[in-house]
Design a protein around this ligand. Structure first.
Ligand SMILES: Nc1nc2c(ncn2[C@@H]2O[C@H](COP(=O)(O)OP(=O)(O)OP(=O)(O)O)[C@@H](O)[C@H]2O)c(=O)[nH]1
Length: 288
């Protein structure tokens, strides 16, 4: 039996969450075309009869600009210290030198595999160039090209990962897929819909908290709060005659029901918490 911890690093938008979901064959991490969608370390636990891998998706590596960013980077740093293997993810079209600088600066002590992602989106030459480039780097044990989105190369990557895991007993029960509470995933699904429905700034000003999660006879009643920084943002989230918040609610409900495999009654409220991104108490309350 093999068991170990694998952490996924990379710049915002490299496709870390998509790769985690592809490896897990389950949607755990939310995905959006906007950068900095992931704010926490999300663990996905993949168990078979032969191995258990505990994957951890990290927020993209960035320079902290506000306190929420600092918390996000602490999540990256804490991930550096506790893995058996690191996956360094890079978009095939990214600036390779810049990615190299970021990966070198991590000073990883654990073995790492460079994963060149989005091969469906790159030419043969680009894929080869990126692969050759990273093969020469000291920190790269191996370089693997994948498309997380299309699932190309993901099974091969999984095989390689297992090869680097230490022998050991599983850390979690076989039916656990994450160490994060269900409430967290529900809030994340709602947050994903906000990323999908709103332009530029709104998603970054917003967080979601599940205030109530109750099993009633035939359904689960969920009350969630969408937290924004200003009244004007509240008005945008609600929309004309409540149009937008209804849309968030109906999109999120469909997906939450799929995730929980149960009928859900979802109530959404918007709360204004001035400057929550800079406030330690709020950040703590919202799980950062
Ligand atoms: N074409 C293509 N797009 C991909 C692939 N993997 C991810 N994407 C897209 O890239 C965007 C970012 O993907 P995410 O998985 O959210 O990226 P991330 O690295 O977790 O991003 P952060 O949360 O900002 O750190 C999304 O629009 C994905 O659909 C891929 O293999 N091919």
């Amino acid at each position: 039996m093999k068991a170990g911890f694998v952490n996924i690093f990379g710049k915002p938008n490299a496709g870390k969450s998509t790769l985690l979901n592809a490896l897990m064959q389950e949607k755990l991490a939310i995905v959006s075309p906007k950068v900095q969608t992931t704010r926490h370390r999300i663990k996905g636990i993949l168990s078979t009869g032969d191995y258990q891998i505990i994957f951890s998706d990290t927020p993209g590596i960035i320079d902290p600009k506000y306190k929420l960013h600092e918390k996000m980077m602490q999540a990256v740093k804490s991930a550096l210290e506790d893995a058996d293997l690191a996956l360094l993810l890079v978009d095939v079209k990214d600036d390779l030198n810049e990615a190299d600088q970021i990966f070198s600066a991590l000073r990883l002590k654990v073995p790492s595999l460079v994963v060149v992602n989005k091969t469906d989106n790159g030419s043969k030459e680009q894929i080869e160039k990126a692969t050759t480039f990273f093969k020469e780097k000291k920190y790269a044990k191996e370089v693997i090209a994948v498309s997380a989105l299309k699932g190309i190369g993901v099974a091969e990557l999984l095989q390689k990962i297992v090869g680097y895991l230490p022998e050991g007993e599983p850390f979690y029960a076989e039916d656990e897929i994450s160490d994060l509470p269900t409430k967290f995933f529900v809030a994340e699904i709602i947050r994903e819909k906000i990323y999908a429905l709103f332009e530029e700034e709104i998603p970054y000003q917003t967080t979601v908290v599940v205030a109530e999660f109750k099993q009633k006879s035939t359904l689960i009643k969920i009350r969630a709060e969408i937290v924004v920084q200003r009244e004007s943002q509240k008005a945008i989230i609600i929309g004309d005659g409540g149009k937008m918040i209804k849309q968030i609610g109906s999109m999120a409900r469909v997906e939450i029901e799929k995730f929980l495999e149960q009928k859900v009654f979802l109530e959404l409220f918007v709360k204004v918490r001035p400057n929550w991104r800079e406030n330690d108490l709020y950040l703590k309350e919202y799980g950062y």
